[in-house]
Design a protein around this ligand. Structure first.
Ligand code: BEZ
Length: 386
């Protein structure tokens, strides 16, 4: 009866002596992203970026192999709690990576505050995620809705525009983007005349374009992204408005969309934490690697996914793959300086990137760098008590 136990103990000791450490299970990463609907391309780009960094790191983070799980959240907040629980409870993932839509992200943040699952947000800008809902286990590698919007409000005021009409989808991202723009634009002497909205993800803009033409503001500020941004920018040009009223917005209006927008987007100015011709060695290497892997040009969403993997990699390396050392891992992630294709960034106290916001101009198929609109912009993290 003793012999099998003894053999097992000797076997395990031998394995340890040969390998140096017990074999660890794979780290379970759950992607909760949109793979259908108006934000489908954004979800795919984020996953591509994340996987690319892992591949470049030999398929491992902190020495641990990765096992992926996926849920299509359809950018639908009403399904978000069920969807996130599929990954947390059914698949028992270690880390959640998601999502694109601010409303869905807030449901994810609520769920992980309860389950204590580690969450890395690779896009959704909902201010609350790193504001009133901030938590030690919630990180973001993208932006807050306030950041690029505030920068554009500043740019518009500096360009001496006096009046603006805003137009966006009626949900957290649109509302917060407009609020950020308005804060800086009005501080700089401008006035927002009207705030127009359509329900998400509707793309029927004609009545509102007629209202803009009748109001005759100096500029229009707009938040749309993905398929909706393609339709809006084209409709705006088809209505002839781009000839008389410049269309401004955060870079989501023209990022990953220029093939489809064609002439309609030419000359547009937007603000974002990425541009297509940064020409740094880091960005050039990333773009080359992305094109080689996916036969596609990367966009800001791919960068944010790539950086989500980089941030997780920092945490995992700090604990040599031992995910149970959560406090040490979080401490390392908080201190991380991410060598991003966008330029290096660190995280603020509420776990949101402190980063340069660029002014870009559409030329051909590129969002080309005009300059830095605001250097090292930190989200105010309103309501965060960490
Ligand atoms: C958002 O819902 O936060 C969002 C979606 C697409 C692009 C940018 C922000």
């Amino acid at each position: 009866m003793q012999r099998p136990i003894l053999t097992a103990v000797i076997g395990a000791s031998l394995a340890l002596a040969v390998c140096g450490a017990p074999a660890q299970d794979k780290l379970k990463v759950g992607f909760m992203l949109p793979y259908t609907g108006t934000y489908a391309a954004l979800g795919t780009a984020i996953e591509n970026g994340f996987r690319l960094y892992v591949q470049e790191s030999g398929g491992k983070l902190g020495g641990r192999q990765i096992e992926y799980f996926k849920v299509d959240d359809e950018s639908d907040p009403s399904k978000a709690t069920d969807n996130v629980n599929r990954l947390i409870k059914r698949d028992q993932v270690d880390v959640l990576v998601g999502t694109v839509h601010s409303g869905v992200a807030m449901a994810m943040a609520k769920a992980v505050r309860e389950s204590n699952t580690l969450l890395i947000v690779p896009n959704a800008g909902a201010d609350a995620v790193t504001g009133s809902m901030c938590a030690p286990n919630i990180f973001r590698t993208s932006f807050s809705n306030w950041q690029p919007a505030y920068a554009m409000g500043q740019v518009a005021a500096e360009r001496k525009h006096k009046t603006a009409v805003t137009i966006t989808w009626k949900y957290a991202a649109g509302d917060e983007s407009v609020a950020g723009f308005k804060e800086a634009f009005e501080k700089g002497g401008g006035k927002v005349l009207k705030e127009l909205t359509v329900p998400f993800p509707n793309v029927e803009f004609q009545a509102l374009l007629t209202e803009i033409a009748a109001t005759k503001p100096d500029i229009v500020y707009s938040f749309f992204a993905g398929g909706g941004a393609v339709k809006f920018v084209k409709d705006y040009a088809d209505a002839g408005l781009n000839k008389s009223i410049p269309l401004y917005g955060p870079g989501f209006l023209t990022d990953g969309t220029l093939d489809a927008q064609g002439d309609a987007a030419q000359g547009m100015l937007t603000t974002l934490h990425y541009a297509d011709n940064l020409n740094t060695p880091r960005d050039k290497a990333f773009r080359l690697s992305y094109v080689k892997a996916y036969k596609l040009q990367p966009d800001v969403y791919a960068v944010q996914g790539y950086d989500a993997a980089q941030l997780l990699g920092v945490g995992m390396s700090a604990v040599k793959g031992d995910f149970t050392k959560r406090d040490d891992m979080i401490a390392a992630m908080e201190k991380a300086r991410i060598d991003s294709p966008r330029g290096p960034f660190s995280l603020g106290k509420s776990h949101n990137p402190v980063q340069d916001i660029y002014l870009r101009k559409v030329e051909g198929k590129e969002n080309r760098l005009v300059g830095v609109a605001v250097k090292g912009l930190a989200d105010p993290g309103r309501g965060c008590r960490m």
